[in-house]
Every structure is written in C-alpha cells, then in structure tokens.
Design a protein. Structure first.
Ligand SMILES: *Cc1c(COP(=O)(O)O)cnc(C)c1O
Length: 417
C-alpha cells in the first residue's frame, strides 16, 4: 500500500481512463478528447479501489480549503499545470427565518457559489478544463455561453496563457460580456441562442482547430463541478441532505454531483443514502421537465426559449439522458416555475435573509415553495439550494428615493414604511 499525502507538491491522480457515457467504450486518459465516437459525453474514471486503500477521508483535515484538496479524484497530473484563482470552499448558509416560517423542523441551506472566482460556480468546471487543456498542450479554446461560463473560461485561459474565443447571445447581460472582454478573451455577440452559438464554435473548430470547450464536450468540466458534491458531503459531516434543488441548464452540475456521490460511496467516504435530485427550470424553457413528465430519455429542442434567468436558458442539452438518469435514480423530480415566481422569490430571499441570490437560484427557491405546497418536499426535509452565481452580476430594478439638500425632510413619513 502506498500512502500518498499531498504536501503542495506533485500528487498522482488516480485517473485511469475515459469512458463513453452511452456505450461504455474506453478511451485513454491524458489525450485530448471531445465527444465519444457515439457523439456522447466522456466521463473520467478512476482507480477507486486503489484510492480507498490509499486515502482515508481524515487525510483531508490538514489540506488547504480549496477544491484542489480532492486532487486524487481530479484528473490533473502535474501541479505546475494547476491553473488557480483561489477556488475557495463555499459556505453553506441557512435560511433560518424562512425555514421557521415555511418549514418548522426542516432546514434550507444555500451553498453560496457566488464566492468563487469570476463570481460563479462555472469557475469549478473551467479551472479543471483549462488546467487539463494546459496539461495537454492546447493553445486556443472556444465556447458558447450565456455569460458565466464564458467569463470563467476567459479568466482561467488568460492565467494559463491560452487564447480564448467566447460566443454569446446578443442579449446576454452586459456585465457578463464586459467581464469576458476585460479578462482577455475575444467576445462575439450572436443574434440567436446558446445552441446557435455552439454551432459557430463547432464550425470554427473545423476551420481553425481551436479546442471546443462547450458544455459536456470535453470530460473535465464535469470533474470540476463534481467537487460541489464532494464539498457538500464533507461540510455536512459526510451525511448528504434529503433534497438538492438545482437550476438546470446544460446539467454539468447535476451530472457531476451524481457522479461524485457514486465515487464517494465506492471509496467508502459516504453510506448509501442519496439526496433526491430536483431539476428546476423556467416555464419559458423547460425541456428537461417535459421529458421527465413524459418518461422519455431524451429531450427535444425547446422552441422560443425565454427566461430572464439566463443561466438556465438552454433549449437543448447534450447530456439530457444523464440529467434524467440522476433525477430518476435518486427518486427526485423535475419542476418548472414562472417568471413572476422567480422575480418574487429573488426579492423575498434578499429582503428577508439578506442574501442576494442569482435569479436561477431564486427559481429553485420558488420551486421549493411549490413542492412544499404540493407535498413533494416535506417540511422536515433538509434541503440544499445552490446559489450558482453572485446576484450582483444581474441587472436589478432601479431603486432609491431622491433627497434634495437644503429642503425640509419629513422624517416621520420617511421612516413610516
Ligand atoms: C450555468 C449556470 C446554471 C446551469 O448550470 P448547469 O450545471 O450548466 O446546468 C445555472 N445558473 C447559473 C447562474 C449558471 O451560470
């Protein structure tokens, strides 16, 4: 038995190979890969038996509080290729007032991913994807994005010295477009949706050979997002919650966490208990909800996709069957919420708990209330919502009352509300 303890230097990963998520066909690790021959996502596989023997979970105790503390379960081989902007362990923040009001005896925890570099959890996926791109000698990469993924790719690519090209719908929030440009990428505005942008990235890939970093096209963004699941388990003393509500776009997060839980059980760090995984989408773009309700494995493209929660405006997901598999295997469900419910939920949590969510996560809170009302979630459930991005990245309603210096202020009227 080899005892491997990370001291900040090199630490061999336990990655062994890549595997087609549809057919199980094997591909070598440490080579540049995109989709499998069957046109489906590849998943990284590890020597979990070896890992179980080599690494007791208590070995984590002395490691730095970053996602790199799980390096044995991540694919990067050489420390010099780790591209990092300080990926902190994100806090779990209880919504105590709201739980007291709606669900006495239960618990609502928000995992606040807005604290990560570039202000969103896309940093997890892109930290891994760009580190692996560096390890495998990539010099240029491109992606379609609704904003946050592009910002994360731009930032990590600049740090790695890799050229970045980002394609977004032309109605992407301005702050996202500008942060992408500020962080050194070429950014293009397309008069279409994210999958239209994806077609341009694929065309450019054929023409100029950049690496296509679209959602699930390479195996490594999932590995980064997987750390959400490991981190959550560790923070909760290796006891998973009853329910996870996840605002689902391309599904990297839900697929990644589901993969993490399987790996953690296999290495003996958690027991069998799994959370029910709940896919949350907006009524204006709910392909996964429709597929789940119909009981089918694949979701056709959603027409006229619209919602102001930009991160979940994804009309079609290449990993649809993996998302639906996680929902079904976990005994979870898929649920859609209206734009009004999202907007109301956004204000409610910010005003009552002082936590400015992103609208996508506001959708999960709206879904929580809906599911509590229809009995699919119980008041005594321990529920986790992922706050995927800082609320500050989104356009907010105008606010503020004007005061003119020198004119009388009616202080009683001013403090009456
Ligand atoms: C990307 C994104 C999502 C969707 O996450 P997936 O893992 O791709 O399904 C949700 N919310 C925000 C803010 C995002 O940036």
């Amino acid at each position: 038995m080899t005892e491997r303890v990370w001291t900040g230097g090199d630490l061999p990963t336990f990655v062994t190979h890549l595997e087609c998520s549809l057919t199980g066909e094997r591909y070598p690790a440490d080579t540049l890969q995109n989709l499998s021959k069957a046109g489906r996502p590849l998943l990284a596989r590890y020597d979990l038996d070896g890992l179980r023997r080599a690494l007791p979970r208590k070995a984590l105790a002395t490691r730095p509080q970053t996602l790199w503390r799980y390096r044995e379960l991540l694919p990067v081989r050489r420390t010099e290729n780790v591209i990092s902007l300080g990926e902190v362990v994100t806090p779990l923040i209880p919504l105590r007032r709201i739980a007291n009001r709606l669900a006495k005896g239960g618990e609502i925890l928000v995992k606040d991913e807005g604290r990560l570099p570039t202000g969103s959890f896309k940093a997890r996926g892109l930290a891994l994807a760009v580190s692996m791109a560096k390890e495998l000698g990539v010099s240029a990469m491109a992606m379609p994005t609704n904003g946050n993924a592009g910002a994360a790719m731009a930032a990590y690519c600049s740090r790695a010295g890799i050229k970045a090209y980002v394609f977004c719908p032309d109605d992407t929030p301005a702050v996202n477009i500008r942060e992408i440009a500020m962080q050194g990428a070429e950014v293009f505005l397309v008069d279409g949706l994210i999958d239209d942008c994806g077609k341009l990235v694929a065309e450019g890939e054929r023409e100029v050979g950049w690496f296509n970093c679209s959602t699930l096209r390479g195996p490594y963004r999932i590995e980064g997002k997987k750390t959400m699941g490991i981190e959550l388990a560790e923070q909760l003393g290796w006891q998973l919650p009853d329910v996870i509500l996840y605002p689902t776009g391309g599904g990297t997060g839900i697929i990644g966490m589901w993969k993490a839980f399987a790996e953690l059980e296999e290495i003996g760090w958690i027991e069998r208990k799994r959370p029910r995984m709940v896919v949350v989408q907006a009524e204006g773009c709910a392909p996964m909800v429709k597929a789940w309700e119909k009981g089918v494995e694949h979701a056709p493209r959603w027409k006229n996709a619209h919602t102001f929660a930009a991160g979940i405006r994804v009309p079609q997901a290449i990993g649809d069957f993996l998302i639906l598999r996680a929902v079904r295997e976990s005994g979870g469900f898929a649920i859609a919420v209206t734009e009004d419910a999202i907007a109301a939920a956004w204000r409610e949590v910010a005003a009552e708990e002082g936590l400015l969510l992103c609208p996508e996560t506001a959708a999960t809170y709206a879904a929580y209330k809906q599911a509590l009302a229809d009995g699919r979630i119980r008041t005594d459930d321990r529920v986790v919502l992922f706050n995927c991005a800082s609320g500050l990245k989104y356009p907010m309603a105008e606010a503020g009352r004007r005061l003119t210096l020198g004119s009388a202020v009616d202080w009683r009227e001013l403090t009456r509300a």
